[in-house]
Structure formats: structure tokens, C-alpha cells
Design a protein around this ligand. Sequence first.
Ligand code: ATP
Ligand code: MG
Length: 367
Amino acid sequence: MRQVCVLGDGQLGAMLRDAGRRLGLYVETLDPESSDALPESAPRRHAIITAEREHWPDNGFTRNLQAEPGWLNASAFAALTDRQSQKTLLDNLQLPTAPWCPVTVDANLHSLRTALGGEFLLKRRRGGYDGRGQWRSESAGEEGMPDWHDVAIAERCIDFSTELSLIGARDAQGNMVFYELTENFHAGGILQISLMQPGRFARWQREAELYHARLMSHLQYQGVLAIEFFVTDAGLLINEVAPRVHNSGHWTQAGASIDQFEMHLRAISGLPLVTPMQPGCSVMVNVIGRAVDPACLALPGTRLHWYGKQERAGRKLGHLNFFHPDAARAAEWLRRLPLDVTFAESRERALRALVGPNQAREADMAL
Ligand code: ATP
Ligand code: MG
């Protein structure tokens, strides 16, 4: 049996480990701060080595790991972990993305507004997540914009109708599979709710898959990769790419015959890649900042995945999944779920998507 090592020991690594157990693969997660000398460890020399994150400290351990023959997707990480090289790659592959420019040493609020034709976001090139490391030009006060010259890109503020993501996988032979497009609802840059209804975004599915396939083929990518999109009047625009399993694919644990974690392991270990069955509505709700309300568990159909992390404002501590073939039942679950007020808008939008504006409003009044 081949061993799989995962760089990173967060919740994504833990869920890959669980999927490995089900498949009969031994999956070991590795703390990137570890002082463990990998080359000395004989069994790992033949391991397939993947990552659950795209940023890690540059130390002896992570350098050794990347020098192993089993280290996958080196060129994908090189191209995608820095937003500037990611955007450059998307442009080179003629994949539509939000207009952007580098933040050179002489850039200022005025020059960037002129270059991008209006308000923009600064996004730090490395290390941002859950909306951190971002700054919006509309919020510019007296002090002006932060001094992120050379360490950020500037991106035009996009007027989008909604946000979608596509999770896909590719194996060493170039076989590819995709899940259905997922609709994502954020607040303050943090993903709160993901919703998958079969065929709902059929209009965009093929185009999204073509873009995804072009990118994975170019990178000779192995494993699961996620692309986030903005839906605009002019079509799909790529927001960003993550070379790993992704929060917006967590619904697959309840709503697909093969979840994204198993799909990733299949893709990297030579097991068959097949399009999973996704027969109904899936809703995923992140648990953010505080312990889950036990009342969530009192609802039939709730599946909790708890990450075992310390509570901290804005931190993703777990997620709740629900699956049902019937959209009305999924809406009922979401309506009854005890969520704090910060979820109000995301929930309202997700309910509207599930059962239409009238029923969503009635449900709101009933709450
Ligand atoms: P993630 O948690 O997905 O890694 P992140 O911190 O890397 O997030 P982005 O995905 O780039 O950041 O941005 C977070 C959210 O901020 C987006 O999902 C979107 O709601 C909003 N956003 C990002 N870029 C833009 C843009 N150009 N115009 C308008 N809104 C944007
Ligand atoms: Mg994002």
C-alpha cells in the first residue's frame, strides 16, 4: 500500500486522513513547523506527497519535503501561491479574470483608480485568506492606502450577481472530473454558506469546466483544484484558484457519492476517477468563531464536522452539512438552523435560491 503524506495538519488534512481510512490508504499529515527529517524516514521515501494548503514556512523540513520524488504539483504551487503570478498565468492562458495590475513602488490611490477604471481592492500577494490581507479603495480615509507596494496586487471591484466555485480533479493520465457548480455566500470576505442544486447553473457549467480543464492541463496538475468565479453581466470571471481541496467543496461529504477528499486521494494515487453522483440539494454552513449551538444537532439531517480548534472571532471551527433530494426540505433545514445575525443575509439569499423569493420571505417572517 502506498503511503500518502499531506503537508499541513489543519482540518483539510484531517478530512483527507479520514477519506484515506475509508479507501484503505495510509494518509499521514505533516506539521510544516515539524523538525522531523523526512529523508531519514524510510517509508516516506516512496510516499506520494501532497498539500492541504498553499502557504507554508520555508524551513529545512518543507524544503526537504519538496525535494522528495513523490512531491506533487511543484509547478502549480510555484504559479498559484503568489496572486501576481496566478493572475499572470490566468492572463497568459486567456482565462477571464477580474482586471488587475501590480502595485509598483510608485503606485498610489489615484494612479490605481485610473489604471483600473474605478474602485479597486488591494490583495496581498501571499498568505491572505477569509478576506484577510485585503483593503478596499472605497474605504480610503485621510491616511490613504496601506503601504503594500510590491507585496500586493490591485484588482478592480467587480459588480457580480453571485459567486460560484467549481471543484475538479485530474489524475496523472490527464483524466478529469468535475462536480456541479456551487453557489457561495460570503460576509466580510468569509464563506458562510455553500449551496449545490443539480443543474441550477447548467448555463455556466460547461464554460467553467473548460476554463478549469485548461488550467489543470497546463499545470499537469494532479488532485483536486478549486476555482472561484464571479458571475457578471459579461459572463464568468475567475476570482481565484486554490490548488487543493476547498471549503466550498465540503458539501460533497453529504451530497456526492465521492467527496472531494476521496476524489483528491483517488486522483493522486491512481485509483479510478469517475464523476460522482450528486442527486439532490446540498447545503454547507460554516461554524465561525463560536462553538456550535447544540440545537443545530437537534435537526434531523444535520451532519457536523468539528475541527477541534480554539474558539476565536472569525475563525472557521467546523461546518454543518445537509443533503436532501428536495429543495423545499433543504430550505426548511436552513430556515430552522440557529444562526447568529451575521448569517442573515447569506441565509436569506440561499433560501431565495432554494425556494424563490416569496417562500423565503414567508420563512423570514416565521423566524
Ligand atoms: P478565501 O477564504 O476564499 O481564500 P481570500 O481571502 O483569498 O478568500 P478572495 O476570495 O480573493 O480572498 O476574496 C474574498 C471575498 O471578497 C470574495 O469571495 C468576494 O466576496 C470578495 N471579493 C474579492 N475580490 C473582489 C473583487 N475584485 N470585487 C468584489 N468583491 C471581491
Ligand atoms: Mg476566495
